[in-house]
Design a protein around this ligand. Sequence first.
Ligand code: ADP
Ligand code: MG
Length: 818
Amino acid sequence: MVKQTIQIFARVKPPVRKHQQGIYSIDEDEKLIPSLEIILPRDLADGFVNNKRESYKFKFQRIFDQDAKQETIFENIAKPVAGSVLEGYNGTIFAYGQTGSGKTFTITGGAERYSDRGIIPRTLSYIFEQLQKDSSKMYTTHISYLEIYNECGYDLLDPRHEASSLEDLPKVTILEDPDQNIHLKNLTLHQATTEEEALNLLFLGDTNRMIAETPMNQASTRSHCIFTIHLSSKEPGSATVRHAKLHLVDLAGSERVAKTGVGGHLLTEAKYINLSLHYLEQVIIALSEKHRSHIPYRNSMMTSVLRDSLGGNCMTTMIATLSLEKRNLDESISTCRFAQRVALIKNEAVLNEEIDPRLMIKRLQKEIQELKDELAMVTGEQRTEALTEAELLQLEKLITSFLEDQDPESRLEVGADMRKVHHCFHHLKKLLNDKKIFGNNTVSNTVSSESKDQDCQEPLKEEEYRKLRDILKQRDHEINILVNMLKKEKKKAQEALHLAGMDRREFRHSQSPPFPPGNPEESQRMRLSSAPSQAQDFSILGNRSSLLHKKTGMREEMSLGRQEAFEIFKRDHADSVTIDDNKQILKQRFSEAKALGESINEARSKIGHLKEEITQRHIQQVALGISENMAVPLMPDQQEEKLRSQLEEEKRRYKTMFTRLKALKVEIEHLQLLMDKAKVKLQKEFEVWWAEEATNLQVNSPAVNSLDHTKPFLQTSDSLHEQSQLFSNKSSGGWEVQGQGTGRFDVCDVNARKILPSPCPSPHSQKQSSTSTPLEDSIPKRPMSSIPLTGDSQTDSDILAFIKARQSILQKQCLGSN
Ligand code: ADP
Ligand code: MG
């Protein structure tokens, strides 16, 4: 058992704007426990609850400042926990902090760079690496991914559901057994045999998490996500299985309700997260007080699920994520306070060992048989009827496998049946005699014909003399063969020298090059998987989660007009830079992998050649020794030494390149998943924007205005499709929407940053257009179109105000883009 308090770490996020950084200092004196001091400016301190203080000091196991790398966080925080999980202990790492303080960044990672990958992908990588190294045990890994939102659990990894909102995902419920163990109904566990499979699951869950989120629910800040790695291990032959779970938890934002300052629906949600984190706090307070008998775990789903992690059988670590900008200082202080309380909680982690019932049954069955046999022996109840044919055959099989078994401890288990014991001895005797006769025969084969008739009782010396003479004859024969071989070898070596160049060329041709030149990205993916034969397990790139693929393939269903709008939207989207960057990196990595693949092939063929040369050299040496009657030199000659050192060098090179290729493979896979995720995000944002634009058009066009207004805000894809038809009349200068009647809008110049309806001077609206500011004049000229007016002065002035506001936004964007 390992007794340990919950370990607490702090991580400070880099500020968005440097000048807004609050004042803090980190004291990391080697002898003392590191502490973080937050200094509250006097003006802020005045308003701050209950305080005249200006400085707050908190102790942590370690504090990671703004520049701490993801690698450092993993090495110092997650690796030790993963290590104990590999030993069979439960582990939990949870990130706690206000929204935007870096919880998701720390737990999952950033969406842009490979180096930004967080604790989950790094831990998966580490765990699978360790499992591969340890051949003394058999391991099985399963993954689950749970999201808790408004006290409801959702399975993020259900492959049958294509989620468009959280409610589409299977609901997970809690069941408690009589021993108060928590079981999660409907949470699927997926086996992952490789790091790639596990990564795919992580990205599938993350994509579901993102898709399910709407601007209304902002689930990422209001929900808790628990990614769990379930690891079981067993030693071969043992009936004991060890189970360990590692929860990696991204908690909801810890900000207070008052600060969110939102009303209605959102307030309910805000209250909920706070309720759920409030219950977490209650549990933690209860645990940190000594003589409390009741711990209110059951109050919320999250505390129920994490029950073991809090004051139970688990090694738990908390990361307090802090955003120390001035306006966030009070939240950061409460995060630190929470951490101080958490640090008081003692956990007791035990090895979770369990007997596997199937293995136990086998073992018990064997024991029963042994006891029965023993009993029969003691009571002397011996059977007398003859053994059947089948029984005899079975016994002989047993004897054969017993004799063949190399294990010195293997036993011939025939039970306490004396008939069987006798038969075994009988059979063994027969085998031994047969072998003797057989053995004699082999010798006699080489014996001269006259000796064949002789009695085997002949004096020993005579027989030995004959044997030695035969051996001599054999050796003579062998020498002749070897000399012949040597001659052939010499000839061959000369030929080989001539053909060496040609051979090498042929060899290269006979192996399909891993990357033919000029291949596009998709085929590169395929090629990488079929690269060098040793690298054949690089097939993951082909079998990425089909669901993830399906999600990124949504675009194919778009109408032409919408596709074009999407292209423009994509081009102007901030994420497109990241996607392009990643594409570039991916390209680089692909060509690096391609070059590596080629070098690996070359190294492999070189190794083959060197080995061949050494063998040849060896044969030549031996043959030479024999033909010239010289003893084979004990020391290998210099030439061979040289070849050997070349071989070793080549092998080292091969290994280094292979390791690099393996790492590249993981990076490529990660980057592709990141890009897929970014594409899904882009797609989703486009859908939202599209729906908004379509609604705006409806609102502004009198023709469309007259259409059914009872339609909901978010439209079905069918109605969106109809809308898209409006956009499909594309003129050479820009996009036009042909409203019915007089209303005509210039939707967007293809060069404009966003597709926005904008007013154009019309005969009816000279007055409005003449009031335009100089800024407006600088907007690129657009085709003439009329502003749809209703005739009602109030409504019309609203419409115009709206159009003006839009125009000024457009103006700003135009300026911004210049
Ligand atoms: P949370 O999950 O706590 O709401 P996020 O992890 O989403 O916060 O972080 C908010 C933003 O800050 C993201 O854009 C993220 O990439 C960035 N960020 C967070 N922590 C760091 C860090 N340590 N280094 C660089 N960027 C960070
Ligand atoms: Mg987050």
